[in-house]
Design a protein. Sequence first.
Length: 450
Amino acid sequence: MLSLYLHIPFCAQKCAYCAFTSFPVPPLSKWGAEGGGFFDAYLTELKKEIEFYGNKFPGEEIKTIYIGGGTPNLIWAENIISIINEIKKYFNTESVAEYSFEFNPFPQEEIYSIIKKLNAAYAKESRVRFSFGIQSLDDEVLKSAGRFTPQRGAKSSFGQIVEFLRWLQQYKQENNVFNFDFIAFGKFNETRSGNLQLRDQGKLQFFENFVQSWFADSFSLYTLELSEWSKWHTLKKSDPSLQDRHCEWNEAIWIENDDLIPEEFQILKEILLESWYHRYEVSNFAHPSKNSIHNMTYRTMENYLWLGLASSSFLDKEHSKILNVLHWQREGWKGFGLRLTNTKNLNDYLASKRLDESKTIEMNSKDYLIEKFFLNFRTNQWIKDINEFKEILVPNYEKKIENYINQWFIFGVAPLWKGKRRDLPATHFKLTDSGMDVFNTIITDLMQEI
Ligand code: SF4
């Protein structure tokens, strides 16, 4: 069984904090009725890649299909459906558990039209998930980040988000799961009494009301992490006077404060937990049974193919063997799986030079265990046998885990024996909510290397 992710690396404009591989292009509507030829070349290559893997794994059952980006709504419903039809030619899609689509909220009418078409096309499927990148309700953040511009079909900010959400309710059908992405930017003000509070209390109240309405099935909540490739990072680096300043605006540049970002995350997280969204992964919250099925396939090391520019796939031992035309596949190979990464170079991808062989990793048992522990531990799933990971953990890991249990960062249970708890140390572990908050610290402390 495989899960498929298809990457659409285009956006109407580059967000100032973005480090993903995506290129700014005008939306399809600006290219005229036929959509111009720009996307066609990319979609043709994407379909060739589907065909390549389809021929390797003919009739393989597909668990989930995820169209992500970038901004997939730029290519419109017709192209999204044609990509999925291509998948259906080669693979068994009879029992796909989830179709997911990542959209930005604008231009509003175009988004509704795409949702309507996709909902009609997949009305009989068990789940159609739409994930909307809202990111922030703060006008200054959104404008500075370049998320509210005419290029994106957005003229104002907060008011337009409210408008988008209000009308969105009409388009939700029974098999839909609606997810909303937010980022904690850490934007606080000092009050007269000297305390810090989130800059805009009215927007915070709106967020709370929205969460409490239960219209959303799930939320992704991230903390702002500026990669060195992002515009904000480059701007900050280019001006030495900005280096030591935090939490302020300077010519529309957001100067992030590393301490305040987790503080905002805590505020937003509490609102979600109080409204019964459970935290099923460090950055993800959902109502029961509304977890992203696709995202959990990564966390549990199931087979998935990421197709498109700069994509990275994982195939287990059995599936890796099937790709034996690849030259690194040797006779008698004892690997545990393959991590395959596609090129980041658009011209290379368009010339069918898809794979970046320098980044292809044949995973040995240690590589496999490192990834498995790192990914499993981010979720609310149990690590069922910690001894399985012994060789990648620090020598005194048992003592450390015991300390974390005492501090309520890790939840541990002992095995049951004849219905009674045996007097043995815990072997089943998972992070508590506070543990998830400091996931990076705990994982670095427990693992020999990451
Ligand atoms: S919409 Fe997403 S992928 Fe596109 S530029 Fe913004 S953050 Fe990057």
